[in-house]
Design a protein around this ligand. Structure first.
Ligand code: TXA
Ligand code: MG
Length: 319
């Protein structure tokens, strides 16, 4: 198996494609950082297959973490816990905590099972550092060409956004990255309010505001009216513009031509999240000069989508 010989393997998970390396092989971990162009201080998520091994990988596991793990694993949830000494510091960016997850994609689980018991894969999203995560195997192929020996193709990812990261280190349960599992479903399960780290004060080193960027500057328009007038302004300036809308009432006012293109996305947070990255990549490849997005509703169910869009828009607003 390629992983046992210290190679990096790209594989599908239900969230996004990951770039996996056996955590017991330091040179394989090193390769991940090199291939992605990611600073070594940015911790990697450790993926494993069996809940019975949670105590092998983590220490001082609080009751809330057990409840979350039992309910949501295998699935798009990453728990931040105190690491055991089986986790090398090179994987956690030198921190004493570790992000752990049991993915539910059958190929990911099979790979982990074949790797063996008490073995795990460090796997960041299989994109270059700072760019949008891959949701089909071709995204990985295009980003890395021949730098990865094996890319396992599992078709399009079911969730399409990264896992929800929940810190269970302090007494409180804190969402560090909204994602495939909604805040509401976590609160309902735990029967308590959880805090969501505001974007400006995010503690995870990988959560720089400029993460998940598109190459094309992206602007969020707060209403369908402002999107309509902004696209009109841009077209007047001769700027090739693509817009992503949810409101069907805009359609009669929009006509796609060679300078302007609109995409109607589902008005449902789960379906929208599944298509988001692939849509952004398509628009990037189509060489538009600007992408406008109708803002998602200010609603907890849309939090993960809103988070990724605002990070993608950073490249524009920061200039
Ligand atoms: O859905 C996912 O989580 C995907 C798939 C492949 O599993 N993986 C993923 O990994 O998104 P990556 O490396 O692209 O993002 C990991 C995030 C980073 O923001 C990192 O800072 C955070 O997890 N993280 C990892 N370990 C951490 C720790 N010990 N404390 C705080 N944040 C941590
Ligand atoms: Mg990533």
């Amino acid at each position: 198996m390629s992983l046992r010989s210290g190679n990096v393997v790209a594989f599908p998970t239900e969230t996004v494609y990951g770039l996996g390396a056996d955590i017991s092989q330091p040179q394989a971990i090193q390769k991940i950082f090199e291939i992605k162009g990611r600073p070594s201080s940015h911790p990697l998520i450790v993926h494993f297959a069996n809940l019975s091994e949670l105590e092998f990988w983590a220490e001082n596991i609080p009751a809330t973490a057990w409840i979350l793990a039992q309910h949501f694993w295998p699935g798009p949830l990453t728990l931040i816990l105190t690491k055991s000494n089986h986790i090398p510091l090179s994987v956690t960016g030198g921190q004493e905590t570790v992000g752990l997850r049991i993915p539910r994609h059958p190929i990911a689980l099979k790979l982990l099972e074949q790797l063996g018991s008490c073995k795990a894969l460090a796997a960041p999203s299989a994109n270059r550092f700072g760019f949008v995560s891959p949701t089909i195997a071709d995204h990985v192929k295009n980003a890395f060409n021949d730098k990865i020996e094996v890319i396992l193709d599992g078709g399009p990812c079911e969730v399409g956004l990264e896992s929800t990261i929940v810190s269970c280190i302090d007494k409180d349960v804190t969402i560090l990255r909204p994602g495939g599992i909604s805040v509401l479903s976590i609160e309902n399960l735990l029967q308590q309010k959880v805090s969501v780290k505001s974007q400006n004060k995010i503690r995870t080193p990988g959560s720089l505001s400029s993460h998940y960027a598109t190459a094309t500057p992206l602007e969020i328009c707060q209403s369908s009216e402002s999107l309509f007038s902004r696209s009109f302004d841009l077209l007047q300036q001769g700027i090739r513009t693509a817009v992503i809308i949810r409101s069907t009432h805009l359609i009669p006012m929009l006509n796609s031509d060679d300078k302007f293109h609109y995409i109607l996305m589902p008005n449902d947070p789960v379906a929208f999240g599944k298509d988001l990255y692939a849509t952004l990549r398509k628009l990037d490849d189509a060489n538009f000069e600007r992408i406008l997005v109708e803002a998602p509703p200010d609603d907890l169910e849309w939090l993960a989508v809103a988070d990724r869009l605002s990070r993608a828009s950073y490249s524009f607003t920061s200039k």
